[in-house]
Ligand binder design. Structure first.
Ligand SMILES: [Zn+2]
Length: 575
């Protein structure tokens, strides 16, 4: 069996220890200047190099040409103490975790006064030192208090505070840290290269995440992946599956759905997460981290690559788009909701249910300050389509030229965020305050624009489907929104038979509820026969992969209807 990676790549000099420069540099300096202390305490999280560094310290101290931070590697001591070497009779490793070390400590106390057999120092490395029992600690204390000049102690522990104070106060304390992701990633890439195994893009960041900054854990995870590598090396799919991470594609899908405020797709993604055997908690955690990263991308723009180096360039580009589509306030609010949900999930018996509630809360415009801000943000993003179209229907004193230009300019960019909401009297772009003041009512009562309402039709239909299939089947292929005013939404249905069924089955109540839930618009629903309804335009398929085209197209078509040929001409020029 091949040597485990974390053993194979164990460092033999301080120069080879990664991510602990704040510790290895002063230690190296102390060795160079021969200012050696008789007791050291190496503390820090597991797997970040404490024990390896203790062995390196012993090797550096006992090298024939030492003490030196660069042991010669040739003398007997160096060869004995090399990583995975046979070890030296003068360097003793004791594990306090095994049995509190009472007998060993007494033995140590008696033998410590004998000179080392063949080296400069007699070195005791005491691992898990916080587990020393009182008996062993007292026995050791005598030696640590008044050590013979040839004796040196290195205590290693994850919990320095639990080490008996009388010992701790006699040590020089060096705190080790978790290794930063970028440093660890570079190290792992080097290992893959040395091992001659091809590793797909995105795999190393997964390993880094799985390790939580512990080199030992990272190498052990990587070892498992390399061992299972096929002729194509380690693929991203195999890595996500093995490490239990959410496939990045699912996260992208969820984020795109959030950007498009596409509830159906978001819930469908949750369904796929569960169906494909992912843990809802894991997904929520990963989703939360993705939201955090999107906040960083949104805030740092082009500098994001330096902060989030785990993402390949194309992914960062995509995230930049997503961040600007969703907006900072919505991202922060969504992250808050996800973090809350994650706390609720601890010990919950139905994590999927909580995940779905998280999605629902994220989609629902909130009533708190952040929710309000998020609504304003979506309004501003969506205003490109809602404002100019609403104008002719609503306001007398609108400024058509400004509105048209604005519309033409905005529509030429992909716009996926729209929300039906009261349109302020004044041009909102000029006075965002007016938008803000107009939004707090949960159910819009002002005039509404038909184009935006039509855009929500597929979602409304989805909602209807969940409520009653009969209503859904009457509407799905043969109805469309004809008009809306402050009293009612009028629906056109293709023939009188369908219209009569609609009325008889009281489907208007169902549809009204759907509009209220999806759009936040609680209005009476009226139904008339409209033979012009064309099934191909009633329920356009909205897909996550390309939410912009459909919206853009219908936006353009509707612009033509409402504003006439002039705008269309300008629009096509701009495009
Ligand atoms: Zn040597």
């Amino acid at each position: 069996m091949s040597l485990a990676l974390y053993r194979k790549y164990r460092p033999s000099t301080f120069g080879e220890v990664i991510g602990q420069d704040h510790v290895t540099e002063p230690l190296s300096n102390a060795l160079t200047s021969d200012s050696i202390h008789h007791a050291y305490l190496f503390s820090g999280p597991r797997g970040c190099g404490k024990t390896s560094s203790a062995r390196i310290m012993a090797r550096s101290l006992n090298c024939e040409k030492g003490p030196t931070p660069n042991p010669c590697g040739e003398c007997q001591s160096c060869r004995d103490l090399v990583a995975n070497g046979p070890g030296s009779i003068d360097v003793m490793e004791l594990d306090a975790a095994t049995h509190g070390l009472v007998d060993d400590a007494r033995d140590l106390r008696d033998k410590a006064f004998f000179a080392p057999v063949q080296s400069r120092y007699k070195i005791y490395i005491i691992d898990e030192a916080h587990q020393l029992g009182p008996g062993a600690a007292n026995a050791l204390l005598k030696v640590v208090e008044e050590p013979p000049p040839h004796v040196l102690f290195i205590f290693a522990t994850t919990e320095p505070d639990k080490l008996i104070a009388t010992i701790r106060s006699r040590t020089h304390h060096y705190p080790f840290r978790l290794v930063p992701p970028a440093v660890l990633a570079t190290h792992l890439e080097g290992v893959c290269k040395d091992e001659g195994v091809k590793v797909a893009k995105g795999v190393i960041p997964l390993v880094v995440r799985a390790s939580g900054g512990s080199v030992r854990d990272a190498l052990s995870v990587l070892g498992q992946l390399l061992a299972g590598a096929g002729k194509d090396g380690v693929t991203y799919e195999v890595a996500t599956a093995l490490l239990g991470f959410t496939d990045g594609a699912l996260l992208d899908e969820a984020v795109d759905a959030l950007a498009a405020r596409d509830g159906a797709t978001l819930f469908n993604t949750v369904n796929r997460v569960v169906e494909s055997g992912h843990d809802p908690r894991r997904f929520t955690q990963d989703f939360l981290e993705r939201l955090r990263d999107l906040i960083i991308v949104g805030a740092s723009k082009d500098a994001a690559a330096q902060i989030l180096h785990e993402y390949p360039e194309d992914q960062l580009e995509r995230m930049k788009n997503q961040a600007s589509l969703i907006g900072a306030a919505t991202l922060i609010r969504s992250a808050d909701i996800a973090a809350d949900g994650l706390t609720q999930m601890r010990g919950a018996t139905a994590p999927r249910l909580i995940l779905e509630l998280i999605c629902a809360r994220i989609l629902l415009p909130g009533s708190d300050d952040q929710g309000l801000l998020a609504r304003v943000e979506r309004l501003e993003n969506g205003i490109a389509i809602t404002a100019p179209i609403a104008k002719p229907l609503v306001a007398e004193k609108s400024e058509p030229v400004v509105a048209k230009e604005k519309a033409a300019k905005e529509v030429s960019q992909p716009v996926t965020n729209t929300e039906v909401a009261p349109v302020p009297d004044k041009p909102p772009v000029k006075e965002p305050v007016a938008v803000k003041a107009a939004t707090p009512t949960p159910k819009p009562s002002g005039p509404v624009d038909i184009a935006a309402l039509r855009k929500f039709w597929p979602e409304v239909i989805e909602n209807v489907k969940k409520q009653r299939r009969l209503t859904w089947s009457l509407l799905s292929a043969s109805a469309q929104v004809l008009s809306v005013d402050d009293k009612a939404i009028t629906i056109g249905i293709v023939n009188s038979g369908a219209r009569d069924s609609f009325i008889r089955s009281e489907s208007d109540v169902i549809l009204r509820k759907a509009f209220a839930e999806v759009v936040g618009l609680d209005l009476k629903v009226e139904c008339i026969v409209d033979p012009s309804v064309n099934s191909s335009t009633t329920t356009p398929e909205r897909t996550v992969e390309d939410p912009s085209d459909e919206a853009q197209l219908s936006g353009a078509e509707l612009l033509a209807k409402e504003l006439g040929a002039q705008v269309i001409k300008k629009f096509s020029n701009d495009v």
